[in-house]
Design a binder for this molecule. Structure first.
Ligand code: NAP
Length: 243
């Protein structure tokens, strides 16, 4: 069985852990997009250095991105994301707003659209997994950019799931829980006056309540390899087991 995996944000955190789940599969081609390369010497991995918040750069790469050959399984995992400026409305900046929305929402929409165009006529398993967040449905003061981008991504996933099902695609919007990555470290650096929930997020770390990227990646791998066990578009890794 020949598989294509396109994953964004593979250079660290959750994306790197997901990459590690797939990389030893037989007969898989992995295209991995982040600003930083891991420089792994693997025949089945192509790293594409790209700033996904730069939509012009993304559009230049897009025509050559999705291989035209035939695959039995085609996966797109839109994982790259950024918490953005942790500040309330009134203290944000146009550039920051644009960067987060481009990276967390617009780039996944563009990639999903190109993936759907590239493989609409192919038979086989075709799955888009958009890494959203619990913050998509919970307003958190200080996270206006982030919550908005993830809510948008969840809604886009629901619309795309409806539209693409007749061509055999499954689309998921997946909340990974609270994961011990650099993103959480960045959240803990926020200013208390800009982010009232700061102490709660610090205690997740100090009390060992964060999940590990490897265990979350295992759940995402399970979803990607058993899509028929998952009916709903919106999924939360805390609600299912990886077996
Ligand atoms: N950690 C959590 O608790 C948590 C909770 C809910 C949802 N999530 C979501 O899970 C996903 C992964 O987050 P994480 O915690 O693993 O974060 P992370 O450790 O900060 O990793 C983020 C990944 O995204 C890439 N990335 C960031 N900005 C980029 C850009 N402009 N262009 C291309 N790639 C970019 C980074 O690579 P480069 O820096 O090399 O570009 C990195 O590989 C994100 O969508 C995040 O919103 C995380």
């Amino acid at each position: 069985m020949k598989t294509l995996l396109v994953i964004t944000g593979h250079s660290k955190g959750l994306g790197k852990a997901i990459l590690e789940k797939f990389i030893n599969e037989k007969d898989i081609l992995i295209l991995a997009i982040s600003r930083t390369s891991l420089d792994l010497e693997r025949d089945n991995l192509q790293e594409i250095p790209l700033d996904l918040s730069d939509l012009n750069a993304l559009e230049v790469q897009l025509p050559a991105l999705f291989p035209k050959e035939k695959f039995d399984r085609m996966l797109l995992i839109n994982n790259a994301g950024w918490i953005g400026e942790v500040k309330p409305v009134g203290k944000l900046h146009p550039k920051g707003i644009r960067q987060v929305l481009n990276l967390n929402l617009v780039a996944p929409m563009i990639l999903s659209d190109a993936f759907a165009k590239a493989y609409a006529d192919q038979k086989g398993t075709k799955i888009i997994i958009n890494i959203s967040s619990g913050a998509a449905s919970k307003p958190l003061p200080g996270w206006g950019e982030y919550c908005t981008s993830k809510a948008g991504l969840a809604m886009f996933s629901k619309v795309a799931a409806e539209e693409l099902k007749e061509n055999g695609f499954r689309v998921f919007s997946l909340a990974p829980g609270i994961v011990d990555t650099e993103m959480q470290a960045e959240i803990r650096e926020a200013d208390q006056s800009d982010f009232p929930a700061l102490e709660r997020f610090k205690s997740y770390k100090s009390e060992g309540q964060l999940s590990q990227a490897e265990e979350v990646a295992q759940k995402i791998y399970f979803l990607a390899t058993h899509p028929d066990q998952f009916e709903d578009v919106v999924q939360d890794v805390r609600n299912f087991k990886a077996d």
